[in-house]
Design a binder for this molecule. Structure first.
Ligand code: PLP
Length: 391
């Protein structure tokens, strides 16, 4: 009988969610929209410190609508962190935009300010400034906003913050701690099943520009003109979150702060248990970042250079433990072959190195110490005897 499965990052319900869902049933607000949707938007905007929010069916939908609001279309240039998940850029790729990728900085693993600077200088000289820069707060860690935003401002290029992983995380910006999801012209959150809070599937678009959010609301509900019949001056999408799922989200949001504490505890415990292993390096946290530690991620470097992260994942899988490699950077993806890429330093490809040496460990907020000990033992076993895991 195999041991109970340990997932990478699974939903964590509190009991408050079902009360909210029952309320939706009791009032028959099952159909799209309703009071939970409005309340979820208001509560999230307050939590993050944004003026307006729009609850949607996914984080990808939020990123798409941000692009629509900024007018991203065929032939436009968009810059994006290379070290990310494909959804950060998918909506603009589908619009026919040209995507160029920016490397990570070693200190945060997120977009390198110096690489962005070089890229913008180059495109400005060619008279081809990007329509947007997508900054991704990967694995829950904020980007280096203090350095990145002034560069974008100098070239007058709007920012889309992909904060899908970073709900509740914070960034020290101009002397104040600000929540992720409140940077740039628009920000996107995800409530996908594996995120720190979930609506089983969903997302949110945030901005201080309430008019733009109103426009996104219109586009996300099929762009129906105010007329007695179905009339359209433009066409939109069906992207709204349902009232039932917004109730689930409200119940989850009540517990966000506890979930962050729990994930940070999981991270700290991995560091306590494995931090002494020579060559094992956990994702750093610069002093301007307070990460929600959505996923614990680590690198096998130096003395562990000969051990493949895939070997560790393979051994974990044999023990019914789910892990994952780090994201394969976008500039290494077959679909983006030939795209422009701006490394941290010429000849130093930081995110390719992270992908080569990294892995994600189980990080659910309900992970017990016993479960975590199983993961730690599995990692230690491969380090002690790499031959036990055949890749
Ligand atoms: C960095 C990043 N961007 C975008 C998304 C897309 O969000 P969704 O799955 O809600 O569409 C995700 C996760 O799923 C993500 O991790």
């Amino acid at each position: 009988m195999p041991e109970e499965r340990i997932y990478l990052s699974a939903p964590h319900m509190s009991g408050d969610e079902i009360k909210m869902i029952n309320e939706a049933f009791a009032t028959n607000w099952i159909a799209p929209l309703g009071p939970h949707v409005e309340a979820f938007e208001r509560e999230m905007a307050e939590k993050i410190g944004a003026r307006a929010a729009l609850a949607l069916s996914s984080g990808t939908a939020a990123l798409h609508l941000a692009g629509e609001l900024l007018g991203i279309g065929r032939g436009d240039l968009v810059l994006c962190s290379s070290f990310t998940f494909a959804a950060s850029i998918g909506p603009y790729f589908h619009k026919g935009a040209e995507i160029a990728f920016i490397d990570s900085e070693p200190g945060s693993w997120n977009m390198s300010p110096q690489a962005l600077e070089r890229a913008l200088e180059h495109y400005a000289a060619k008279g081809r400034l990007p329509k947007a820069v997508v900054l991704v707060d990967l694995y829950g860690q904020t980007c280096n906003m203090e350095k990145l935003l002034p560069v974008c401002e100098r070239y007058n290029v709007p920012v889309i913050e992909d904060a899908a992983d970073a709900l509740g995380s914070e960034c020290l910006y101009r002397g104040e701690w600000r929540r992720n999801g409140a940077f740039g012209a628009f920000a996107a959150l995800s409530f996908n099943g594996n995120k720190i809070i979930t609506t089983s599937g969903g997302g949110m678009l945030l901005s201080d520009d309430a008019e733009a959010i109103a426009r996104a609301r219109f586009l996300s509900t099929q762009a129906r003109d105010p007329a007695p019949w179905y009339q359209h001056s433009t066409l939109g999408w069906n992207y709204r979150m349902s009232n039932v799922l917004a109730g689930l989200g409200r119940g989850q949001l009540l517990h966000l702060d506890e979930r962050i504490k729990a994930r940070r505890r999981v991270f700290d415990r991995y560091v306590e248990a494995l931090g002494d292993v020579e060559g094992m390096k956990f994702m750093p946290e610069p002093d301007w970042s307070r990460s929600n530690r959505w996923l614990t991620t680590a690198l096998l470097t130096g003395a562990l250079e000969k051990i493949s992260p895939l070997a560790v994942l393979d051994h974990m899988a044999s023990l019914n433990i789910e892990g994952r490699p780090l994201w394969k950077p976008m500039h290494l993806q077959p679909v983006f072959k030939g795209a422009d890429y701006w490394p941290h330093e010429p000849g130093q490809d930081v995110c390719a190195g992270l992908f080569d040496r990294g892995l994600c460990l189980p990080s659910s907020s309900f992970l017990t110490e016993e479960q975590q000990d199983r993961v730690i033992a599995a990692v230690r076993a491969v380090i002690a005897a790499p031959e036990i895991a055949a890749v």
